[in-house]
Ligand binder design. Sequence first.
Ligand code: DLL
Length: 433
Amino acid sequence: MIWNESIECMDRASLRKIQSIRLHKTVERVYHDTPFYRRKMQELGITPDDIQSIDDIVKLPFTTKYDLRDNYPFGLCAVPMSQIVRIHASSGTTGKPTVVGYTRKDLSVWAECLSRAFTAYGAGKSDIFQVSYGYGLFTGGLGAHAGAENIGASVIPMSSGNTAKQITLMHDFGATVLCCTPSYALYLADAIVDSGLPRDEFKLRIGAFGAEPWTERMRRDLETKLGIKAYDIYGLSEVAGPGVGYECECQHGTHLNEDHYFPEIIDPVTLEPVAPGETGELVFTHLTKEGMPLLRYRTKDLTALHYDTCPCGRTLVRMDRILGRSDDMLIIRGVNVFPTQIESVILEMPEFEPHYLLVVDRVNNTDTMELQVEVRPDFYSDEINKMLSLKQKLGSRLQSVLGLSVNVRLVEPRTIERSTGKARRVIDNRRMD
Ligand code: DLL
């Protein structure tokens, strides 16, 4: 089924016309209403009149997460706060989160994009959605919730965690669609087996999984273990949240909602566009966003785009799975973690050397993070109580900064391997095959 056939299957020449008109309007709006962009465009010597067609997009300046941070919290909003009806945020490189404001229309465009996604998965009015993405500043919960309501389905606003209750409600309420991260879905699949409840008493048939990279291997596992079809959902808060892209029944690429979010792929080093089909960094420009329209936002996600028509009939471009990130952000249990955040916690505490190693793994389908850190010789002690309280002190500081529990392992001075070139701070043992 197709939610909005006239857009999702539009011939590409007509789509480009719409994109061109919308781009020009957006550029006019930010030039007049966002001082940050007016300044950037003036520096480049361009005005909205220079942007007449979508091909002119390459003349526009890039935007990065640092620009959002520098304009924290609402500096990039293009409308007065009286028009902002929702605020979301995600963690950034410093303690300050990346903030996004939405107008009422932005929320309805977002719900439209999710409706396209859920309809493509084969969901409809008679489905019962269990939304197990976190509700709150994270866009996953409320985003999926609005999309499911928009297609007329019933929603269980479960949020993340509390696995035993997740399984009871999924079973008792007859949930047919599960929305959560793929790693949590695998964890749930095993917990269902452990619960002893017969699988044929569950009604689950569709999974909407995203917010972190996953693989074909994980898809096969999820489909077999849960007896469902597992679909990718892609998005990022700066652009909207979940539903920037979605898979169709062909499951060979994630269609991007390019009538609202215009994608480009650039070489992350030269910043030049790459040829269609080549891998590079994904960049988005808002075409209809009112609250906080961004020009050429660098996602840091590495992928490739394919413009041939999909056998499903959709002409919207297809994106490969996200191969990785051009920066060093880790996604642990759906939470964005930067090694620099951990480093700054360690550096703040006099008890530790600035030598650490972060070992990330996936145990029982759940991400784990172990921090090995060297204790300074004058603080190192054979007394187990002293070491335990030091470990707890660091652990709780990390928990409050990252919002995640970290398994701390204190090690003797000079035990962590030094490097003569770039230090290797992170070992990610999660197998992504
Ligand atoms: O993760 C939005 C979302 C919620 C997407 C629920 C899908 C489902 P952020 O917290 O801002 O937003 O993180 C965005 O997560 O730049 C990617 O690196 C990664 N990511 C999101 N979806 C996928 C996916 C939400 N399907 C960052 N595959 C993005 C791979 C993904 N990576």
